[in-house]
Design a protein around this ligand. Structure first.
Ligand code: FO1
Length: 323
């Protein structure tokens, strides 16, 4: 069984690659819920939905989130009341939020509802929220106001400087059923190319997760979300810098080195592979920009093969030039 720490779009693509090379029933995604929010009285879980829609093959390919072919009649109707419409909820996407909110109100846990929604979409991969307890990513901005994740990411278009990040509720949040068991018993734990600060960070903040990964560091493999000094999507590069790290593959290695034994970096960063190894993290160089399903599947093969890499000079991954 393979366990994958998941944020949103990058993780969804990583899971798509993995399910192309191993039996989906052998994959467990532990998904960030720090982005979750309540809007219009509805409970919204963006990373769980982004991954579900992507694995079901129905995600909006242009954005990486929401459903393809969406209409926004409800959003237009809400404009009339001056309600929140900066967070774009499509009409079919609303069904997910209506169903989840209704089930939670009946006393179901987020894990139970996630299983129901996964089954309804015919997913083979098992998705677990990191916790059934509320954890909310909150960001203190340079002007010292504190905002919730979606306000930062969507309303402010993450175009503000962040001073600090906290995960409200993490200190008391219990791992959801099956999370620690999956992280302990998996042959390999993959840290998907998600934002290390605000997508992987909340998962690490849940009781027992970091301890479990640190204990099995040699079989934890991460894929760098930073390529040639920049994030492929979203603010991961800026957040790393604003929080005192650096937006580079070695910077990601240093951020994750306590519990990640191997970091897969893109060929564009081949020249800094030695710096990744200097951070005490084995380094594998391979194409990591998952523009196509084939690249995602090849990356999945590389990640699975990287586990237990003996320390030594960075190796080109199978199939990469020079291997
Ligand atoms: N991201 C945006 O940039 N703008 C949106 O209007 C937006 C709406 C939205 C609705 C449902 C959903 O599941 C995700 C949505 N996202 C939107 C993405 C969301 O902000 C995610 O948290 C990010 O993709 C980070 O994982």
């Amino acid at each position: 069984m393979i366990a994958v720490l998941c944020g949103g779009v990058g993780a969804a693509r990583m899971l798509t690659g993995l399910q192309a090379v191993v039996d989906p029933g052998e994959i467990v995604g532990v998904v960030n819920t720090g982005d979750d929010t309540e809007l219009h009285g509805l409970y919204i879980s963006p990373d769980l939905d982004t991954i579900t829609y992507t694995l079901a093959g129905v995600v909006n390919p242009a954005t990486g989130w929401g459903l393809e072919g969406e209409s926004f009649r409800a959003m237009q109707a809400l404009e009339r009341f001056g309600a929140v419409t900066w967070f774009r909820l499509g009409d079919a996407d609303l069904a997910t939020h209506l169903y989840r909110t209704g089930r939670l109100r009946q006393g179901a846990t987020l894990s139970e509802v996630t299983q129901e929604i996964s089954r309804a979409w015919g997913l083979g991969v098992r998705l677990l929220p990191m916790s059934d307890d509320p954890v909310r990513t909150r960001l203190r901005l340079a002007d010292s106001q504190e905002v919730a994740f979606q306000e930062y990411f969507v309303k402010l278009r993450h175009s503000v400087v962040v001073e600090s990040v906290r995960f409200e509720g993490a200190e008391t949040a219990r791992p959801a059923p099956g999370v620690l068991e999956a992280l302990e018993s998996a042959e390999i734990v993959v840290v998907a190319p998600s934002n290390p600060v605000v997508s992987i960070g909340p998962i690490l903040a849940v009781a027992g997760v970091t301890k479990c990964l640190t204990a099995r560091r040699d079989s934890v493999v991460a894929v760098s979300p930073i390529v040639a000094g920049a994030a492929l999507k979203g603010p991961a590069d800026r957040l790393l810098v604003e929080l005192g790290g650096d937006a580079s593959a070695p910077g990601v290695a240093r951020f994750l080195s306590a519990f990640v034994g191997t970091l897969v970096i893109d060929q564009a960063d081949e020249d800094v592979a030695a710096e990744v190894e200097a951070a005490g993290v084995n380094c594998v160089v391979a194409p990591t920009v998952m523009r196509t399903h084939e690249i995602a599947a090849d990356l999945a093969r590389t990640v699975l093969a990287a586990c237990g890499t003996v320390t030594g000079p960075p190796r080109a991954a199978p199939g990469a030039p020079g291997s």
